[in-house]
Design a protein around this ligand. Sequence first.
Ligand SMILES: [Zn+2]
Length: 255
Amino acid sequence: MNIVAWMGLNLKRRLHYILVGCAAMLALAGGTLAFSGSIEASTPRFANFARPNFDKAPPPPALDLARRWGLAEIGEFTRLASDEGICREALSAVGVNWVETPAQESEIGCGFESAIGVSGTLASYSVPSTMTCPLAARLYLWEMEVVAPAAEKHLGTTIASIDVMGTFSCRRVAGTAHLSKHSFGEAIDIAGFKTADGRDIPVLRTYRTDSPEGQFLREIRRGACGLFDVTLGPDFNLDHANHFHLDIGGGYACH
Ligand SMILES: [Zn+2]
């Protein structure tokens, strides 16, 4: 329609054309909006962001307590566990709960710079115990590599708890002037075990018996010798008739 024809239309007719034109523009705009909305709905938001891959396992800690450690590797295990940060991370990674214990020092030389409080390593302890992290890591290793397999073999069950007689305490080795490894949180005395099926296995009454429980105790005492520096039990002397003494204070003894 040219301008001459447009001017020739009466006002009512002109308004009619204007209204039809506006309606057509609105319809076109609405369609465009609806179309762009459907594109957006089919495209994930933040598609450019990296999404975590939950199928990929996190890297193991520097000291992986969950893997099998052979006896030949105990030197490497000891080296790693002596790093306080690595040791604590390793315990946490396998679900061992620990709390920081303030440094202790006594006049006669007992104490430690850092230690942890634990209520259990693989099995729970009868009492919450204070010890150095490397001792806790070594206990976890012993339970995994020696105690659990022996419990399965001789008793057909698992160990639910360890009867702890003592860990950190300032004292001298009986009959000597030397401070015990207990004085530094590097030793534990174990009086017995409780199985998951409710059996009580005290070292004192069971160690020398010809029973599955006695065989179990003798086997885990032997197995401790390769993992701890000093392992003492009822075969050593009367002082140890009722417990195993395990420590990581250096030297070597296996009785
Ligand atoms: Zn002891």
